[in-house]
Design a protein around this ligand. Sequence first.
Ligand code: TUI
Length: 313
Amino acid sequence: MKTRITELLGIEYPIIQGGMAWVADYHLAAAVSEAGGLGLIGAGGAPADHVIEQIKKCKELTNKPFGVNIMLLNPDADAIARAVVDMGVKVVTTGAGSPEKYMSMWKEAGVKVIPVVASVALAKRMERCGADAIVAEGTESGGHIGELTTMVLVPQVADAVKIPVVAAGGIGDGRGMAAAFMLGAAGVQMGTRFLLATETNIHQNYKDRVAKASDIDTQVTGRTTGHPVRILRNAMSREYLKLEKEGAGFEELEHLTLGGLRKAVVEGDVKNGSVMAGQIAGLVNKQQSCTQMIQEIIEEAKQVMRERSVLFE
Ligand code: TUI
């Protein structure tokens, strides 16, 4: 499968694995890259030393291109931004902010830069400062989110920029991938689906909760604090939303979520932790290897594109 994204990144299939904090370690990233997609190490809130170790280990597992996602609220973002250059990482994606101040350093080093954005305005700004591609991420996604849905965001971003666009948010199978192509994307980024990959080292409780989730099981906390985060509903999310409704302040709410993702991913506390997942969790219920997953998604995308094309003959 050849698109502007496979050509840009030198990969076989236009599938990028989301750079999920606490979830996307070197083991998952290497497995996705070995399977022909682009694996990402998610730096999340980790210190630079930890990310550097992850990069070293990923290189031991694969010779194929992989990337690092830098969550820009990380206090160590500057050091991680420099480390990816020093270590010859081929691709960087960014989230939760604008990576403008690192752009010239990355470009000079030949790093491919793919900012994740949730609006047309930021997509245009990223193109102007030299981004190689854009991930347009809809509000269906898990974790930190924007306002617009993938259905409306992707075609508007595709019209607004010349660089290739990757669709993210609510894509979990080959049908979603085919739909993304119809909206003007040259690739997809998937996070929630990869939560159930056999190579994903998260607590089994987290995987089971995602596998059991239904279509209406996500909730968004933090709309009142300016940090909207989509998670699977549990005792913590219900308490959080109740407090938000009562007009609780930032500090009281923050107390409830602090360390919540780690609690869910590492300790398996899916009642009180933050079980971040996208709205497509209801469709995601099979534990498979990354290779099986990617092959199945590609085959399904090809099949639906062939079958549905007869509608127009
Ligand atoms: O970054 C994400 N998703 C994330 S980051 C994350 S870690 C975290 N945990 C708790 C609270 C906050 C973060 C979990 N999930 N997706 C990419 C993304 N970036 N979506 C939306 C944005 C975004 C938002 C605002 C990008 C830029 C922006 O503003 C930039 C500016 O300066 O205007």
